[in-house]
Design a protein around this ligand. Structure first.
Ligand code: TXA
Ligand code: MG
Length: 366
């Protein structure tokens, strides 16, 4: 840290306030001098440092408590800048995706020599991203350097989707926190490897599989997206092997038909120590409900579920009376639901209950 204490600067997401640019100039100066700045993006808040300054990059790992073998994404302000740090030559998929940027998308490409082993965690590839957020892009262009940034949470905690989450985790660990309100997408970017013949999703996010298939044709999805890594198996994306997003209390995911999931959760809610995360309207009858219902928004709009997810997981940890939690899973893994499934599976430690089976057993026994 360069400053004595963490400074919080509020800016408008569209940079419409004349003072916003002064605030970003201050933050950009901190980056140039090797400091740490937490900044908003459309996905989640990032914890940024000059990607070309080895000591600054090392301090990101210390501030987060992040394992050294987990590489960082390098953020640039325009798609053209990607080829300054990554080899994009003769990469047809990259040429197509470049026109879609800025986007909630990180592309993994062979790295150039100016990307250190600390940034890439000794891999020969680098993750590159152009955020949609105007604030993020302005900060990068004012700093005049690429910004390496993981999500701005303490390692293992859910990624931050508003400045309060960052303040909770990072006060005293970073120089500046830029507050521009809630992140719109709410889950991290889609990580797509372009190092293989067929592009492969290593982490699903706001840029969905279906969108990628429309643009690129065949796209693979890494096994690690929906499955637990087996003993000794290496993750294509090192981040996938770590415990992530887990609340302090045990979390069970509930899948099945809407009717059976509803019965299962209604039953759980008779217990006052229990919290249930689900979309509005699932639990209509609140007679006998003693537990807490945490809304994940409208079931017709799962983008809302994604954007509320991390905040809801953090809120669980602020409720000492809660001893166990349940969450209703979306009915399928289409669109943004693939990212929701991926994050929820990790948050629960792959603990999934099948409401259809549970209800069938109850019927037999009654
Ligand atoms: O939306 C986002 O991507 C946010 C914002 C701040 O941009 N950043 C973010 O960074 O989520 P982080 O570090 O929390 O997650 C990056 C993920 C990790 O799972 C990491 O292992 C993977 O991307 N990754 C980064 N570089 C990689 C590489 N060269 N090869 C494979 N995976 C990589
Ligand atoms: Mg992260």
């Amino acid at each position: 840290m360069l400053l004595q204490q963490t400074k919080v600067l509020t800016v408008s997401p569209d940079l419409s306030n004349p003072r916003d640019i002064d605030s970003l100039k201050f933050a950009a100066e901190i980056i140039k001098r090797g400091g740490l700045v937490a900044f908003p993006t459309e996905t989640v808040y990032g914890l940024g440092a000059n990607a070309l300054d080895e000591n600054a990059v090392k301090s990101i790992f210390t501030a987060k408590g992040r394992p050294q073998d987990n590489p960082l994404i390098v953020h640039v302000s325009t798609p053209d800048d990607i080829s300054l740090y990554a080899n994009t030559q003769n990469n047809k998929a990259f040429d197509i995706l470049k026109d879609e940027m800025p986007a909630p998308l990180t592309v993994i490409l062979p790295k150039k020599e100016n990307i250190s082993d600390t940034v890439s965690a000794n891999l020969d590839s680098v993750g590159m991203r152009v955020p949609v957020s105007k604030v993020a892009r302005k900060l990068i262009s004012l700093a005049g350097v690429p910004i390496a940034a993981p999500s701005a949470n303490l390692s293992g905690k859910p990624s931050p989707t508003c400045a309060r989450h960052v303040i909770d985790d990072m006060t005293g660990r970073v120089d500046v926190i830029i507050d521009a309100g809630n992140s719109l997408v709410g889950v991290e970017s889609t990580v797509l490897s372009l190092c293989t013949d067929i592009p492969e999703i290593l982490r699903p996010g706001g840029f969905t599989l279906e969108m990628l298939q429309r643009l690129l044709g065949k796209v693979n999805v890494s096994d690690a997206v929906l499955e637990k890594l087996k003993e000794g198996q290496t993750a294509a994306s090192p981040g996938m092997k770590y415990r992530h997003y887990a609340p302090n209390v045990p979390l069970t995911l509930v899948k099945g038909t809407r009717e059976n999931v509803k019965k299962y959760l209604y039953d759980a809610l008779r217990n006052k120590d229990c919290a249930v995360m689900c979309c509005d309207g699932l639990i209509e009858n609140t007679d006998n409900v003693k537990g807490i219902i945490l809304s994940l928004g409208d079931s017709e709009r799962l983008e809302g579920y994604a954007s509320l997810l991390f905040d809801t997981l953090r809120r669980l940890d602020e409720m000492p009376q809660i001893k166990e939690a349940f969450a209703a899973l979306p009915e399928d893994t289409q669109g943004i639901s693939l990212a929701i499934y991926n994050r929820m599976l990790r948050a629960s430690g792959f603990n999934v209950a099948d409401a259809d089976v549970a209800c069938a057993i109850t019927e037999v026994l009654s």
